[in-house]
Design a protein around this ligand. Structure first.
Ligand code: FE2
Length: 281
């Protein structure tokens, strides 16, 4: 699936664009299915997803979402607007619980990508459908994904699949080349002792300030995917355009590594994490 040159680019820069990872038929099917899911799931619970506050809105609804399909709203919503149009994201087990998403997520080519990137026992730990709705889609501040999906040693990477063309105008991803090699992981997002909230725990004595001057926009076409190293610094700005920017994102970890019990994202007994190989047979 990946050429040696692609692996080299990823290792050097911490990201890689894969053109035409998904067909139009697949991206359209995922969007259509999401529309149906939103009619089926409870979207009354108003849990807001924001990356702009230090201790996030980490209520039970959020903490229990690791093995469920749950909706999180934009911070900035309109009183009279339709609820469906104000959702920030749906997560975090779409790929396990919904057949359309499961079929798309568990692809041999994704397993091959994970293996090419060094995973021994790759598992899809979370899925997210990101809406980035027109005009109200909030910004996502610079971060490394391994902060949220920490393993020892680090093993997380993401695959971000564009379900619509993503351009600077409708708030595409921006990545900081080589940041995974320049900066160490600075913090982890964990559950508190009472297991009823979250906090960030420092991993370094002194934090380095990320130099965001060399950020590059990752403009991609519908169906293209972006691989993101777990320690790559990336962000997206608010979507002030009139176009949405839907994406489906999967995060993979290597089960050969240790996944701490205090990581914010946990599975219940009913849906234990299985490796891709185990799920795919
Ligand atoms: Fe991220």
């Amino acid at each position: 699936m990946l050429t040696p040159e692609q692996v080299q680019f990823y290792e050097e820069n911490g990201f890689l664009i894969l053109e035409k990872y998904a067909t139009y038929q697949e991206t359209d099917a995922l969007r259509q299915r999401m529309n149906e899911i939103l009619d089926e799931v409870q979207i009354d619970h108003h849990s807001v997803f924001s990356t702009n506050i230090q201790t996030r809105t980490s209520d039970q609804y959020f903490l229990e979402s690791g093995d469920k399909i749950r909706c999180f709203f934009e911070e900035q919503t309109q009183e009279n607007g339709e609820k469906k149009q104000q959702i920030n994201k749906v997560g975090h087990a779409l790929h396990e619980l919904d057949e359309v998403y499961k079929k798309f997520s568990y692809k041999t080519k994704l397993l091959e990508i994970a293996q090419a990137l060094g995973h021994q026992k790759s598992a899809i730990i979370q899925s997210q459908y990101i809406f980035k709705p027109p005009q109200i889609g909030g910004n996502v501040s610079p971060h490394m994904d391994s902060t949220f999906l920490y393993t020892e040693p680090l093993s997380c990477f993401g695959i971000w699949i564009a379900l619509e063309d993503a351009t600077i105008e409708n708030a595409c991803l921006w990545a900081l080349p080589q940041s995974h090699k320049i900066y160490p992981l600075q913090e982890r997002f964990v559950r508190n002792e009472n297991n009823d909230g979250t906090l960030f725990v420092d991993l370094v004595k002194e934090r380095s300030k990320w130099n965001l001057k060399t950020l590059v926009p990752l403009e991609v076409k519908k169906g293209d995917a972006v691989l993101l190293h777990g320690s790559n610094v990336h962000l997206s700005y608010a979507n002030t355009s009139k176009r949405s920017r839907n994406a489906y994102v999967l995060h993979l970890i290597d089960m050969a590594c240790e996944y701490p019990k205090d990581n914010w994202l946990q599975r219940g007994e009913k849906l234990p994490l299985k490796s891709m190989m185990e799920v795919m047979g």
